[in-house]
Write a protein that binds this ligand. Structure first.
Ligand code: MN
Ligand code: MN
Length: 303
C-alpha cells in the first residue's frame, strides 16, 4: 500500500512540475489538461479525477468539455489541480501560476497582488502541514491556514476544504477546514489527507455556476434509453472516482453522449460537480499536497 502511495505521489509531483513548465500564454486549456492526463498514464498511473484548470475567479471544478476552444491568456492566474491513482491509492495536488510571471499586462499593483496570493497559498499549505501529526485536532489545521492568510491581509475561501482520502475514495468524509474552526476530530496515524488552502482578496466564498464538466457515478438505475444504459456500464468502471464527459467521447458520438448524460443526471445515476466561482468575482490562488499522517509529523507524498 505505501509503495502504491509513493508511486502515485511521485507521478503527481513530476507531472505537476512538468505542467508548470508547459503552461504558455495563448495555449488551449484542453491541451494543458490532456498533457497532464496523458503524462499520468504514461508514467503508470491513472487520473484519479479529470485534471482541473480553473482560471482567475473560477476557483475549482473546471475541466475542458469535449472540443473546448477556450485559451489561457497572459496575466491569467491559473490553478492546475491534478490527481493520480495507482490501484486506487490516490495522490492529489495543486499549484497556481501567474501566466507571464512578473511580465504581464496587468497593473503593477495587480500583478504584485496575484504573486502574493500564490505565495500565500503555498505558505498557508506549509504552515498547515507543519501542524499535522497523530493526535492533533483537525481544527488546528484550519487555524494555521487562516492565520497565515490573514497575516498577509488576504482571505481564505471558507466554504472549500481539504479532505481525507481512502482507497478509491477521493473524499472520505473527513473535511480539513481552511478557516479557524472548533472541529475536535482527532487526526490518526495513517490518515491520508489532502490539504488545500484557497487564497483571495475577495470575500472568500464560492458558489455554484450552472456549468458542469465533472461527474461521479452514484447508483445503478434501470435506463430505458439504450445509449444511457450503455454509457452507465462504461461509467461504472470509474467506481466512485470523478470523470469528465470528455473521457467518454471515444465510446459514443457527441449528440448521443449529450442525450445519455442528461438521462443519467435526471435519473440521479450520476452526480454533477458544478464549476465553482468566487462570489465577489475576485481571483483565487490554490496550493495542495497529499500527506500521510505519522506519529511525529507527516509524509508529503506529492512534494
Ligand atoms: Mn486537488
Ligand atoms: Mn483535493
Amino acid at each position: 500500500m505505501m509503495e502504491k502511495y509513493k508511486k502515485s505521489g511521485q507521478i503527481v509531483s513530476k507531472v505537476r512540475k512538468m505542467a508548470v513548465n508547459h503552461v504558455k500564454a495563448d495555449m488551449k486549456i484542453i491541451d494543458l489538461i490532456e498533457y497532464v492526463e496523458n503524462n499520468i498514464i504514461e508514467m503508470g498511473g491513472m487520473p484519479a479525477f479529470p485534471c482541473n484548470v480553473s482560471i482567475n475567479e473560477i476557483t475549482a471544478h473546471y475541466t475542458s468539455p469535449p472540443d473546448d476552444d477556450s485559451t489561457i491568456k497572459r496575466g491569467d492566474l491559473v490553478k492546475i489541480d491534478l490527481g493520480a491513482h495507482v490501484d486506487g491509492y490516490i495522490a492529489d495536488s495543486a499549484v497556481s501560476i501567474l501566466v507571464g510571471g512578473d511580465d504581464t499586462d496587468l497593473d503593477p499593483s495587480e500583478q504584485d497582488l496575484n504573486i502574493k496570493m500564490i505565495e500565500t497559498a503555498q505558505n498557508a499549505l506549509e504552515s498547515a502541514i507543519n501542524t499535522i501529526k497523530e493526535g492533533i485536532e483537525i481544527g488546528k489545521v484550519g487555524t494555521a491556514i487562516e492565520e497565515t492568510i490573514n497575516q498577509n491581509n488576504l482571505n481564505s475561501v471558507s466554504n472549500l476544504t481539504g479532505h481525507g482520502m481512502d482507497r478509491w475514495i477521493l473524499h472520505s468524509g473527513v473535511s480539513v477546514p481552511n478557516i479557524k474552526e472548533d472541529n475536535k476530530h482527532i487526526i490518526q496515524e495513517g490518515d491520508v489527507l489532502a490539504i488545500e488552502p484557497f487564497v483571495t482578496n475577495g470575500i472568500g466564498r464560492v458558489g455554484d455556476m450552472n456549468d458542469t464538466y465533472i461527474f461521479r457515478f452514484l447508483r445503478n438505475r434501470p435506463m430505458r434509453i439504450v445509449q444511457a444504459r450503455k454509457l452507465l456500464k462504461i461509467i461504472e468502471n470509474y467506481r466512485s472516482l470523478p470523470f469528465s464527459q470528455r473521457w467518454l467521447t471515444e465510446h459514443i458520438n457527441s449528440k448521443q453522449l449529450n442525450m445519455a448524460m442528461r438521462h443519467l443526471l435526471s435519473s440521479r445515476a450520476i452526480y454533477p460537480y458544478h464549476v465553482l466561482k468566487e462570489k465577489s468575482n475576485a481571483r483565487v490562488a490554490q496550493a495542495e499536497h497529499t500527506v500521510i499522517v505519522e506519529s511525529d509529523g507527516c509524509k508529503i507524498i506529492t512534494k
